[in-house]
Design a protein around this ligand. Structure first.
Ligand code: ADE
Length: 334
């Protein structure tokens, strides 16, 4: 079973999110500054009858990067082609994708920081002047094949903008960072989800789920669905605050929205490593989780709510972490 709080995308989410996804920018909740700018860039591109400049979306998983790519495609009236960076293994794979694009299409590359170097280099020309240049090796000699491409917009998404090479980053005219959502924004998304699923929900339940969703729409929607299961199971047509509380307890989601991975992470930092600055790899092997998963999925929220600090010497738990886990510094000395 997929983890409830892991913001990583599951195949089920892709299907579900399609119906939950807003199609217009005006329906997209949150990210207000980025949304305002995007509205200007979309409007200007449409007026000039040009494709939108290439867009880089970055930030923690589950915050709506793919959703925004769909909104962009819909607003521009183009089709969207979705691909995952690491699945484009060879330059020929990219050439095949690019040669199928039509004018005004959106090419969405998720995890764009994981594109192989050679593929990335072919992408430069495609982004810059809509030309596909590939090196052909034939009978011991090689030549470059240039093929014109239709004007298109590349939307790249990454959880690690720092891992993007500078030549690639420089080719995005528009760059937008997605931040965690406020509880009010998550509440708004949940009210919308309740309408999409035609399942009424009490306002108190909305607020409670919002508090435990780690500022992440994907998690809020997943919690909504699981709690709706509890309500259906008990033949209740509406999600009540009482049922919501009980379900969250059964799902083992604590008041800050932490799950067992967060708790094991914090416990290891405090007990095993005694609160000393600790490297990510050491924490990962201590709790049997992948370092990249901890870094991309778990840590951004732990930093945001002030439970850990990332220092040059390693990760350290804050006072708030000790008190959340009801641990004291002294108890470790004995
Ligand atoms: N579903 C997921 N993210 C959303 C957002 N930002 N606005 C509206 N619905 C969403």
């Amino acid at each position: 079973m997929s983890r409830l709080l892991d913001a990583k995308k599951e195949p089920e989410d892709v299907k579900e999110e399609l119906s939950l996804r807003p199609t217009r920018l005006s329906e997209y909740i949150g990210q207000s500054q980025g949304k305002k700018n995007l509205e200007v860039f979309l409007g200007a591109a449409k007026k000039r009858n040009e494709p939108l400049d290439h867009v880089l979306l970055y930030g923690p998983p589950g915050l709506g990067k793919t959703t925004l790519a769909y909104v962009i495609a819909n607003e521009m009236g183009g089709k969207i082609r979705l691909v995952n960076g690491p699945s484009i293994e060879k330059t020929g794979d990219l050439a095949a994708i690019l040669s199928e694009l039509e004018p005004g299409d959106i090419l969405f590359i998720d995890e764009i920081h994981r594109l192989p170097r050679a593929v990335e280099e072919v992408l430069y020309g495609a982004m810059e002047d809509f030309t596909l240049s590939i090196l052909i090796n034939q009978n011991g000699s090689s030549h470059v094949l240039n093929m014109p491409l239709p004007p298109f917009t590349l939307v790249g998404a990454t959880t690690r903008s720092g891992d993007l090479s500078s030549p690639l980053r420089a080719r995005f005219g528009i760059s937008m960072k997605l931040d965690f959502y406020s509880e009010q924004e998550i509440s708004e998304i949940l009210r919308r989800t309740s309408k999409v699923y035609a399942t009424p929900i009490e306002e108190g339940a909305v607020e409670l789920i919002a508090k435990r969703s780690r500022g992440t729409p994907r998690i809020a929607n997943r919690l909504f669905k699981r709690i709706r299961d509890f309500a259906s199971f008990h033949e209740e047509p509406k999600i009540t605050l009482g049922r919501c509380k009980e379900s969250l307890e059964a799902l083992k989601i604590d008041e800050l929205g932490l799950d067992d991975v967060d708790i094991r992470y914090l416990t290891a930092l405090i007990e095993r490593f005694q609160g000393r600055p600790t490297g990510l790899e050491s924490i990962a092997s201590a709790i049997g989780e992948e370092a990249s998963n901890l870094e991309d999925v778990y840590e951004p929220y732990l930093v945001m709510i002030g439970l850990i600090d990332r220092t040059p010497r390693g990760r350290v738990p804050t006072e708030k972490a000790y008190s959340h886990l009801k641990k004291s510094h002294q108890s470790l000395l004995f």
